[in-house]
Design a protein around this ligand. Structure first.
Ligand SMILES: Nc1nc2c(ncn2[C@@H]2O[C@H](COP(=O)(O)OP(=O)(O)OP(=O)(O)O)[C@@H](O)[C@H]2O)c(=O)[nH]1
Ligand SMILES: [Mg+2]
Length: 312
């Protein structure tokens, strides 16, 4: 495939087109992914999540620059779960990251949900693989950490950075449930604001409660992203986590689990598509639904029969 060849030869145009293909589910997307797959597995993926407005994009921008200074190439995928593609938030991200986009070693892409959060986690993981195959050393995925879908997206990451800010008050209780467990590293951003000490104490207390199953105690770093404060220390800490996941076998474990669940999800999707396709062709599905509805048949034996027919 020409697009794959061009991408592997470093064409940013081909890279952008491949992500668009995946995002819009063009027919060629599957072939692209198939051919790129053997070139993936080299990049380190860092998920960045946290409440809206915590400074995630600002921080990502600064982290990307720091990694560039270290000689690494960077990919950034910013997920915006609320606004559509042309939305203000994304435009904001674009402007904020504008000087980064002038750097050939950085590739930035926003992805919108278009009402399909479930599909988004797969599309994100495919976009990550495309950037990986392209040769990016570090790939950031930014999401607003609010719900299960974002947690699913973050599962594509090797290292997860949770960004919190002072002044959330009791909100930290709510945040705790969702994203505290997935944080490998914590940043208290906007540390220039009042309440950073208190947040750090609370966060430490919560992490201590969580500690029994951990041999990696998530470190807490303070940053003032818009003033580039604490950035190199944060990168050092991220690198420590990366080194730790390599050494402890945790990375391998995470990646194996990810491969397993990706394979299962794909199998699930293709199986149901194939089965439904067959039933639909024969106009059978509606008939079966009607017979279950009338209590002439029960759903369990209907499913049993469908599977038996398929296996023949
Ligand atoms: N005072 C202060 N402001 C900051 C800091 N970091 C970022 N900001 C500002 O906070 C605002 C939000 O920053 P973003 O980087 O857009 O935050 P975000 O988490 O990406 O926001 P969403 O993606 O919309 O959830 C911007 O106006 C930043 O300039 C900081 O450390 N201190
Ligand atoms: Mg943002």
């Amino acid at each position: 495939m020409q697009i794959v060849e061009e991408l592997l030869n470093g064409s940013r145009v081909a890279l952008a087109r491949a992500i668009t293909a995946v995002e819009n589910e063009y027919d060629e997307a599957v072939d692209i992914m198939r051919q790129l797959y053997s070139h993936t597995g080299r990049a380190h993926v860092i998920g960045i999540t946290g409440p809206p407005g915590a400074g995630k994009s600002t921080l990502t921008d600064k982290l990307a620059k720091e990694y560039r200074n270290l000689g690494k190439t960077v990919g950034i995928i910013a997920i915006d779960p609320t606004s559509p593609f042309s939305g203000g938030a994304i435009l904001g991200d674009r402007i904020r990251m504008l000087d980064l986009t002038l750097d050939e070693g950085v590739f930035i892409r926003s992805m919108g949900t278009r009402g399909s959060l479930g599909g988004l986690s797969r599309k994100t993981s495919e976009a990550v693989k495309i950037l990986d195959a392209f040769g990016k050393d570090v790939i950031f995925v930014e999401t607003v950490g609010v719900g299960q879908s974002e947690v699913d997206i973050i599962k594509t990451a090797d290292t997860t950075l949770v960004v919190l800010v002072p002044g959330l008050g009791d909100d930290i209780q709510a945040i705790k449930a969702g994203i505290l467990e997935i944080g490998d590293v914590f940043a208290i951003n906007k540390a220039d604001r009042e309440g950073a000490d208190r947040l750090q104490i609370e966060l430490n207390a919560m992490l201590d409660l969580n500690q029994e199953h951990m041999d990696w105690r998530p470190p807490i770093k303070r940053t003032v992203a818009n003033q580039s404060e604490g950035i190199s220390e944060l990168v050092e800490t991220l690198e420590e986590h990366i080194a730790y996941t390599h050494k402890s076998g945790g990375l391998e474990l995470r990646r194996t689990q990810r491969t397993k669940s990706e394979l299962l999800a794909l199998l699930h999707e293709h199986l149901s598509r194939r089965i439904l396709g067959k039933l639909d062709d024969a106009g059978q599905f509606e008939t079966l639904v009607a017979s279950v509805e009338r209590r002439e048949r029960d759903p369990y034996s209907v499913v049993g029969q469908i599977l038996n027919d398929l296996m023949k």
